[in-house]
Design a protein around this ligand. Structure first.
Ligand SMILES: Nc1ncnc2c1ncn2[C@@H]1O[C@H](COP(=O)(O)OP(=O)(O)OP(=O)(O)O)[C@@H](O)[C@H]1O
Ligand SMILES: [Mg+2]
Length: 296
């Protein structure tokens, strides 16, 4: 089975998107595994990194993916030529886009379709949203094509985030070392635990860990980090490595950045080293580590 890592926290701006991109590129570029990255966030923050996103007035200014490179208007009469992860909620075909990164395919967001998918009634939400991503990722075609799937989620505990958690085999919670961020971690742990109890023993959802992000060399961050590590019931889940606040993590993610990926920087570059160490840790957990998983 392909391993499915979801980056989630309902608090905004913690590093879900940054971590999704860098982890996916590590797996595809450095490990050479066939990887699918999915943008489940109506903000469509990273879809535009890999393909052109357009603003369609008929979609009230929301972002929609560009035409798919395989689209042939004369042949594909029943297809509008665009594909996004939102299609799974409408019973439509889903066709990932290739990216310029070897081994990395993308399922982009579709702002309005994702938002509208969430707007179902409470009675329908489980069947029409919560279970749809899991079902899609279990398709034989997807399983046969990809070794790893990385999912970015919106800053909420809404149906799209729940759908991602229901589909996931592993979860990473990025968090800044600040008060509200740490409060947010508890909310996510609660979601993870709830999901844990719904799972069969042979289908666990493993918490890889809390990834301290945007850490600065200041007293406040040091205090929160050490408090978190010592925290009863929480300390075990904090990853051993931290990601510091560095401008390069923002700069390298812009569309025309050169080099385009952290993993095209020299191997001894401090930022590459730092993130690569964290990615290696995540992958070790994904491949072997059920130690801090469910039912413990
Ligand atoms: N380690 C870091 N150092 C410097 N800047 C960072 C770092 N991590 C993330 N950022 C920047 O912080 C901002 C928020 O990060 P990001 O978009 O990854 O968070 P998010 O959790 O996905 O946010 P949202 O909840 O809005 O989706 C971005 O501008 C990103 O470039
Ligand atoms: Mg984001």
């Amino acid at each position: 089975m392909a391993k499915i890592v979801v980056n989630a926290t309902h608090k905004g701006g913690e590093g879900k998107t940054t971590n999704s991109i860098i982890l996916a590129e590590y797996i595809a570029l450095v490990l050479g595994l066939k990887t699918l990255i999915i943008d489940m966030d109506p903000q469509a923050n990273f879809s535009g990194r890999y393909i052109k996103m357009e603003y369609d007035p008929s979609y009230k200014g929301g972002k929609i993916p560009a035409l798919h490179p395989d689209y042939e208007p004369l042949i594909d009469k029943d297809w509008d030529g665009r594909s996004s992860i939102a299609n799974i909620f409408y019973g439509e075909e889903v066709i990932p886009y290739p990216t310029s990164i070897p081994n990395l395919d993308l399922l982009p967001a579709h702002s309005i379709k994702l938002q509208e998918a969430e707007a179902v009634t409470k009675n329908d939400v489980v069947e029409k949203v919560h279970l749809q991503l899991k079902r899609f990722l279990e398709l034989e075609d997807v399983q046969n094509t990809y070794d790893m799937v990385i999912i970015d989620t919106p800053p909420s505990k809404g149906p799209l985030t729940i759908a991602a958690i229901k589909a996931a085999s592993h979860i990473v919670i990025p968090a800044q070392m600040e008060q509200f961020s740490i409060e947010g971690i508890y909310g996510m742990l609660q979601l993870w635990k709830q999901e844990t109890y719904c799972r069969a023993a042979n289908n666990p959802i493993t918490l890889v860990g809390i990834l301290p992000n945007q850490v600065r060399d200041i007293k406040l961050h040091k205090q929160f980090l050490s408090g978190l590590r010592k925290g009863k019931g929480l300390g075990d889940y904090v990853m051993p490595h931290v990601i510091k606040k560095r401008a390069i993590y923002t700069e390298i993610l812009v569309e025309d950045a050169n080099p385009k990926s952290i993993f095209e920087l020299p191997v001894n570059h401090v930022a590459r080293n730092e993130y690569e160490t964290a990615c290696r840790y995540i992958m070790e957990k994904v491949n072997h580590g059920e130690k801090k998983g469910v039912r413990n």
